[in-house]
Design a binder for this molecule. Sequence first.
Ligand code: AMP
Ligand code: GLY
Length: 424
Amino acid sequence: MNILLLGGGGREHAFARSIAQSKLCSQLFIAPGNPGTAQHGKNIAISATDFDAIKKCCIENKIELVVVGPEDPLVNGIYDFFIADGELKNIPVIGPSKDAAQLEGSKAFAKEFMQRHSIPTAAYQSFDVNSLEQGVEFIRTLITRVVLKADGLAAGKGVLICQTLEEAEEQFKEMLRGKFGAASERVVVEEFLHGIEMSVFVLTDGTNYLLLPTAKDYKRVGEGDTGLNTGGMGAISPVPFADEVLMKKICIRIIQPTIDGLQQDKLVYKGFIYFGLMIVHGEPLMIEYNCRMGDPETEAVLPRIECDLVELFMATANEKLIEKKIFISDKHAATVVLTSGGYPGLFEKGKKITAIESVEDSIVFQAGTKVNDGELQTAGGRVLAVTSLATTLEEALKISKTNADKIQFNNKYFRTDIGFDVLK
Ligand code: AMP
Ligand code: GLY
């Protein structure tokens, strides 16, 4: 069958690689894709949020399955757009409906969902400009550090962890006054949780789910988890401390109530759910939902899945996931992201990338790259993601770092300590 994949980052390169390996895939199209996805299919120069152009592309190329990488098209309602269109309604879209995508699109919606379905999470309240005074009062009741979250999508920048109550009050007011534009017209104020983060991913058909490999991403730019937040500087999979006992708690207390909650609330969901968790003294608490796979976690997770991904997608679309099993490699994956120096602040683009071909024993996923006059160049903050699989995490990390060293571009930067906190 012909498949259309939406998105154009490292996550989509990883998806493209796995989808192209499927015996069910005849032709893969990626919109807009990047030079990495072009190794596995045909890039189409349209935006992942241009629904009319996507419709045209689906009809022209006889697309039979659409896989959505990023959150924007989902939150904008691509699932519903297909269902509502006479010519598209029989093409399955892997991703949630617009209403269900609010689990990522609105932090207040997600928190209310967790509360309604008794899913453990940090204590919180949400406020808008009319309840500013109550918000300030609530902040004053929080003993620990305060976490402020813009309700809407803010490109990963809408979460502030405040060290003092004064800072929290000031930032809270600034957010309500438009610090993150419309995204912070509503602000979720929550208690700070001390613990260790991890991510769990499932693929669900709305009734059943398959548990994908666990992962941990490293969001801070600096070694030892210091400095500014980024889109993600690396990832590992599996998470070594996620033993059977913890995973059982996560399934019983968080994943199953989420699936049941979606059904009770009549939220149509056929796609990936990303559970961002904080493990506090061995107990899992929900931090956030994403309605898609993570980036760079996907680059660590997908290479460990040893079954036909497209078969799983079709079972998802046909509500037959119960009949499917997932096979996961015992190997450890370590992904190291190579960024343009300066990211997540100002950085330069258009630097020539060389020596990718000298990489051995790793997969190089392309994220922010472009081809200019036949030359591969940097085109974003996160440029490449180097993934290695090995018997131990230490070994996988060593291979990724060796190869990250070999690849060259001006002002290249990467963290050498991905996984440091679980290796200690
Ligand atoms: P979110 O966009 O909700 O995932 O928040 C971004 C990051 O902020 C998370 O990955 C955590 O590192 C941190 N964070 C969010 N909420 C909390 C919390 N309640 N306690 C501690 N850290 C948090
Ligand atoms: N790596 C975190 C995310 O994709 O949101």
